[in-house]
Structures are given as C-alpha cells and as structure tokens.
Write a protein that binds this ligand. Structure first.
Ligand code: ATP
Ligand code: MG
Length: 367
C-alpha cells in the first residue's frame, strides 16, 4: 500500500531562525515528488519533518490521512535512504539488509523471502556474503536501498542518495530508482539539488527557495511555465537566457527592446491582454534550444531573426552551444554541430518567440 502525505502550515525554526516557512503540500499516494532548491533552502529539514527526525515548530504532517505529529519515526511506516548510507562494516550484505527486520522480530522465513526478492531486483543477489568494504560505491548504494525496501514501508524518503556516485553510475542508478518506483508504486519524496535528476524522476517537482515552495507541478509545467525568475533560472541546463529590456508598443504588436536596436516581437499569446505600459522594465526569457541557426528548423510563426558575432563555441556532442552577447548579457544558443562557426564570425540567429517567457523585472513574476 502507498500512502499520501499532506503538510499543513508546516513551520520549523532552529532557535530564532525560521527555515521552513508555512509550507502546504499534498502528495498523492504512489507519487514520486522531488524537492529541489539551492543549498540551505530547507530540503533536508522538510524531509526530516515528514520522517519525524525533526519536530515541528508549527502545523501538521499527515501520512495516509493520519496526523503523525506525535508518532515517533519508527512507527510512521516510512524508510529513509541518505546520501551517506552508513552500512555496518563488519556485517555482510545479507546481515545489513536483514538487520532492521531482525530488530522488528520479523519471522526468519519472511526475512529470507524479502532478501531474495529485493536482492534480485537490485542485482546484488550474488554479493550477499560480502562485506561493504568489498563493494563498489554503486553496489553499496544498492545495499542501502535494499535495506530500506525489505521493510516494505508505505513511503520512501530519499535525501540525495546518489550524490556520492560518479556521473555514469548516477545515471544508471537514476534509471534503477525509476524502474523500482514504476514496479512498486510506493510514494517517494526525493531530495536533490540536481535539476536533471528532478526532471527525469519526478511525477511532480517542488521548487524550494529559502523555506518556501515557489512552484509545485509536473516537470513539463515547471520547465514550460515557470512562475517566476527563480524557478526559470533554476530548472534547465544550460539555464534560460534572461534578457533585461523595456516594453515597446507598436503596430498592434508588443515587443521587448533589449538595446542594441533589437526589438524582440512577442507572440500574440503573450501580448494579447498584456496591459503593461510603454517602457515597463521586463525580463525576456529564452531557453537555449529556442535560439538556433536561422533557417535550420521548419519555418513557423513568431520567429525573430537577428545577427550577432560568435563569442565562444562549446561542442557537447549532439549539439553545440554558441555563446554571444546582447548588451552586457551572455546568451547561449543550442545549434546543430554542423551549423557552428568560429569565434568572431557574424551569425544569423532565429529565436522561436512562441516559446519565449516574459517576467516583470521588479517582482520577478511571470506574465
Ligand atoms: N540542527 C540545526 N540547527 C540550526 N540550523 C540548522 C539545523 N539544521 C539545519 N539548519 C539550517 O537550516 C537551513 C536549511 O537546512 P537544510 O539542511 O534543510 O538545507 P538543504 O536544502 O537540505 O541544503 P543542502 O542542499 O545543502 O543539503 C540551513 O540554513 C541550515 O543551516
Ligand atoms: Mg540537505
């Protein structure tokens, strides 16, 4: 069984410092929710409030509809996997996995059944007799997951479980975790500051900043419709280009004047109903993949053509990043490798303005 989780007006202070500021969050049973945000924004604290490792300063936590404020961690039917998985070095993999079941006095045959099931699933069934010191980082990580899985809890809490692994292993384990979730259907709350991990794993992402949740929604929504400059800048790699400019009205269309004689004409879906005065300070958001070499994509409405000299060329393999400048701002375009030109060359860019985002420069909110 999977349980939903609800946070109601949740607050947490350490001394006089409030680190979780009135958070409301409803997580459906079986969901995979990822908490992302910069270091120190309160991700681990929020997870620890759900697990019961930290006590609330205010508000309520409900798991499976039951208020658990006063329920100790071991009775909350949850399992946690941390960044440092702290396996017992003198015990074998098998003993590490079953230790929690033994202390809970689970019958031996049920223990063996669970070990068999999950060690096969995690592909560590051939390592059960080894000690943690004889395992690779990824294998140790799997043992820590196995230890959590065999308890068959209703909720899993993960706090940056992959951050000690090298890049290749991280991607492999990411896929494993996703497979496990698809197969077991348990509720997962997963903390990371890796926004790619967030995008690939989450059914919904909660973007946190300074003790608040800025936006909570499916990955595509967070990516396509960020509510403010913070979310827009946090999700996406390379990040969204942010061009400061001023509103220009003319010939029935609204444009953003970013200086250097460039007036990015807004698509009708953005300009219709936009009641912003001439000269209002805005930020135009253009993701790197929405700027490409002119004429290389199928023609579409709302394209804006402009020319700038190439500053830096960064091949990544499948695409090449071209860095150029508009005013003081460095802008990144993602082009096909064959379209790249050396630094100093004038380059004709085409921006797909139907994907452009517009933000108020003062409040940071999206229009
Ligand atoms: N026990 C504590 N006493 C005092 N302050 C604390 C305590 N635990 C955390 N904090 C503070 O609360 C804030 C949030 O910490 P938290 O560990 O939740 O951040 P985080 O988002 O998990 O960051 P990171 O990405 O670095 O792990 C930080 O400013 C931290 O210094
Ligand atoms: Mg943390």
């Amino acid at each position: 069984m999977a349980s939903g989780i609800s946070l109601r007006n949740v607050r947490k202070s350490f001394g006089a410092t409030e680190v979780i500021k009135d958070i409301d969050l409803d997580i459906d049973p079986g969901e995979f929710v990822v908490l992302v945000g910069p270091s120190g924004c309160g991700k681990s604290t929020l997870l620890n409030l759900i697990s019961g490792l930290e006590t609330l300063t205010g508000g309520e936590v409900l798991i499976g509809g039951n208020r658990v404020n006063d329920v100790p961690p071991r009775d909350r039917d949850i399992a946690m996997v941390f960044q440092s998985y702290a396996l017992y070095p003198t015990k074998t993999v098998h003993q590490n996995i079953t230790f929690g079941l033994q202390t809970r006095r689970i019958p031996k045959d049920q223990q063996e059944e669970a070990v068999a099931e999950f060690s096969r699933l995690l592909q560590i069934d051939h390592l059960l007799h080894r000690k943690p010191g004889q395992l690779s980082g990824g294998q140790r990580q799997r043992v820590a997951m196995g230890r959590a899985l065999v308890r068959k809890p209703a909720v899993f809490l993960f706090d940056e479980p992959l951050s000690n692994l090298d890049a290749k292993l991280r991607i492999e384990m990411r896929t494993e975790i996703k497979k496990l979730h698809q197969r077991l259907g348990k509720t997962v709350v997963y903390v990371t500051h890796d926004q790619i991990e967030a995008m690939t794993l989450a059914s919904r992402i909660a973007v946190m900043d300074n003790g608040h949740i800025r936006q909570f929604g499916p990955p595509e929504e967070i990516y396509e419709n960020p509510v403010d400059l913070f979310v827009a800048g946090f999700i996406g790699s390379p990040p969204m280009n942010m061009l400061p400019g001023r509103i220009r009205h003319g010939e029935g269309r609204v444009a953003v004047d970013v200086g250097e004689d460039l007036h990015f004409v807004l698509p009708s879906k953005l300009s219709e109903g936009l009641s912003v005065a001439e000269g209002h300070e805005v930020v135009l958001g253009l993701r790197p993949e929405t700027i490409f070499a002119a004429g290389t994509e199928l023609p579409g409405p709302d394209r804006f053509l402009f020319e700038r000299p190439v500053e830096v060329v960064e091949p990544t393999g499948p695409d090449t990043m071209i860095v150029f400048e508009i005013g003081e701002v460095e802008v990144i375009a993602r082009v096909r490798p064959e379209d790249a030109r050396p630094p100093g060359t004038p380059f004709s860019f085409e921006a797909d303005m139907s994907k452009a985002k517009l933000f108020d420069a003062k409040t940071g909110r999206a229009f």
